[in-house]
Every structure is written in structure tokens, then in C-alpha cells.
Design a protein. Structure first.
Length: 139
């Protein structure tokens, strides 16, 4: 009898984490962040950041809104004061690593906790490199 109880307890210990890991994070909703960027010419989210081809520092307030999700795949939009475009994102099997694309660039990042993630973005022509910490907007 004692061995049976120990086996059941052992099975419960190993089954718990496996069940929890099967769940994909719910990212539906609005996420707000401010980018820290280096750009070479104004365009897209940085349209009012000056002119010329010299690299310069810029920032933009960003909102990502995910409206659809399925098994770690997310569809939404990214919006700033001067630009809006589709944002597609996928989460790796580790449930932390993010990869996303929009109309002209791509991001890599990671989930920090259930209410924040970071994305680092790269784009060519115009050249942009940026990172932003996104926090879930409270409804």
C-alpha cells in the first residue's frame, strides 16, 4: 500500500510540470513600449526624427495589439504616432523566445513574465536597429 501511494505521488510530481508546459502564453490585448533606436533616415515609426543619412538616436512610443493567437502564433498590429502595420509573431517551444516580422523588418526577443516582453528589431533601407520593452496594458 505504501509503495502504491509513493508511486502515485511521484507520478503527480512529474505530470504537473508537463501539463503546465503544454499551455501557450495568452498575449491577446494591447502592449505598450518605447523603443531605443538608431536610425539612418526618417521613415515608418521614426518619420519625424530628422533627415540626412548620418546615424542618429531616436525613440518612438509603440503599441502592439494582438487580436488572434493559436499555439504560440500571434497576429496583430504595431502602431506609433506616424505608422501602422501588421505584426506577426511566433513563440519557440521554450515558451520564452520570440520571433516576429512586419512589412519591412524582423525582431527577436523574449518573454520576461506574463505582463512583459522585449523585442529587438532590425530593418534595412532605411536602416533601423532598436529594442523595446513592452508591458501589457491594463484593460
Amino acid at each position: 500500500m505504501r509503495r502504491s501511494v509513493l508511486r502515485v505521488l511521484a507520478a503527480m510530481c512529474f505530470a504537473g510540470p508537463a501539463v503546465a508546459q503544454d499551455a501557450w502564453p495568452d498575449l491577446i490585448g494591447k502592449w505598450v513600449g518605447k523603443s531605443r533606436a538608431i536610425i539612418t533616415s526618417p521613415a515608418g515609426h521614426y518619420g519625424s526624427a530628422g533627415g540626412g543619412n548620418e546615424p542618429r538616436f531616436a525613440s518612438a512610443d509603440l503599441v502592439i495589439e494582438f487580436t488572434k493567437q493559436d499555439q504560440g502564433r500571434y497576429i496583430g498590429t504595431i502602431v506609433s504616432a506616424g505608422h501602422k502595420e501588421e505584426k506577426l509573431m511566433v513563440l519557440s517551444e521554450d515558451r520564452k523566445t520570440l520571433r516576429s516580422v512586419d512589412n519591412d523588418g524582423n525582431s527577436v526577443g523574449h518573454i520576461i513574465d506574463s505582463n512583459s516582453f522585449e523585442l529587438c528589431y532590425a530593418q534595412m533601407a532605411p536602416t533601423v536597429a532598436s529594442c523595446a520593452l513592452f508591458k501589457r496594458e491594463k484593460p
